[in-house]
Design a protein around this ligand. Structure first.
Ligand SMILES: [Zn+2]
Length: 354
């Protein structure tokens, strides 16, 4: 991976961007894409859009979400311990013993999520993961009054775990979901800008996906594209304890996935498959989620129906603080998207023939 691209990825991953507080990451993303776009816009809630060749046709929206999951201060007790609510799908079982950054009006306050030592746990009782309201943050204050001078109800919280390479091309960080996507769409724009683009390209990073697919709805309203591609992470099922008969077979390092069904438009998808074959980019296939959705789900029903597809980066340990991906999958996703955009010509449409 080129040095500037790796620096973008590192910058995005290390920036605190819990849903509703994405500006630090969005600034890094905007600065990077500005070199490859005709125009970069942001809106009232901090969504960002980089536009290339606005007079082109068809109009294509390539999207990823800018936010990560986190916590928010809900209550500070008299002893100075801090209780939280979730921002997005946090698993209370994996947060004990973690370091956190509390983003206050006066700057970052470091804390730790406390845990009762194993020595004091009731060995006869069945071991259960704590509920979120049973977990608390310790910022080292002597009492509640001292803690309230540093931290306020509503302050957002991120986990400390930053970007680190585990091997030549496998990396871990909190929040690869979905800075992997934000990175891939920025890189796709860079690659498209090096070629002859006939389409009007709107590459965007949307806020607040993890709390209800919100920013994508704002972006799609503003852009009104002819077709859209959302880029997110997906759950790799190549680790111990996951039944692939139940959850499908997705591996890291085997290429991005194309999702089939529901929001994923069949004609647009055929086009993506064709491009992947022509460009010799390996892709994996998975079926649509029956338990959740990505921004693709929020986009496809707008404006009377927008042909939309989801491209995903396989990630291990999704929604933990050690999400783990293969960087080759990020690069391959960017190449696939760029090749698709460069293959488009004026008059291309995607309607299902009836
Ligand atoms: Zn995501």
């Amino acid at each position: 991976m080129r040095k500037e691209s790796l620096e973008l990825l590192r910058g995005l991953l290390n920036a605190p961007t819990p849903s509703g507080y994405e500006a630090p990451g969005q600034r890094i993303w905007c600065e990077y894409v500005r070199q490859f776009a005709d125009e970069v816009r942001t809106d009232a809630y901090g969504n960002a859009v980089a536009i290339l060749n606005p007079k082109g046709s068809p109009k294509i929206m390539i999207e990823a979400h800018a936010d990560e999951i986190g916590l928010m201060v809900r209550y500070i007790d008299d002893k100075g311990f801090i209780y939280c609510q979730k921002i997005g799908g946090i698993d209370p079982a994996v947060i004990r013993g973690k370091r956190v950054n509390i983003h206050t009006a006066k700057g970052v306050v470091r804390g730790v999520i406390g845990a009762t030592p194993i020595h004091l746990q009731d060995k006869a009782a069945e071991q259960k993961a704590p509920k979120l309201h049973e977990s608390y943050i310790d910022i080292g204050s002597k009492d509640g009054e001292a803690a309230k001078k540093k931290v306020a109800v509503g302050d957002p919280i991120t986990f400390v775990d930053e970007f680190e390479m585990l091997s030549d091309h496998v990396a871990t960080a909190r929040g690869f979901d979905d800075r992997a996507g934000a990175f891939a769409v920025a890189e796709a724009l860079r690659l498209v800008s090096q070629g002859k683009c006939h389409a009007a390209l709107y590459v965007c990073t949307s806020v607040q996906e993890e709390v209800g697919l919100m920013g994508a709805q704002m972006n799609v309203f503003n852009i009104q594209p002819d077709a859209a591609i959302a880029v997110d992470t997906t759950i790799a099922t190549d680790t111990p304890g996951i039944d692939i008969k139940q959850h499908g077979d997705v591996k890291i390092g085997k290429g991005p996935t194309l999702t089939i069904g529901r929001e994923n438009h069949p004609v647009l998808q055929e086009r993506l498959k064709k491009v992947s074959r022509e460009e010799k980019i390996d892709v994996q296939y998975e079926t649509f989620s029956t338990t959740g959705g990505t921004d693709a789900l929020a986009i496809y029903t707008k404006h009377g129906g927008i042909p939309t597809c989801l491209i995903s980066i396989p990630s291990r340990y999704v929604h933990t603080t050690v999400e783990t991906v293969d960087l080759d999958d990020l690069t391959a996703a960017a190449k696939l998207i760029a090749a698709f955009v460069l293959s488009l010509r004026k008059g291309d449409t995607f309607a299902v023939k009836v």
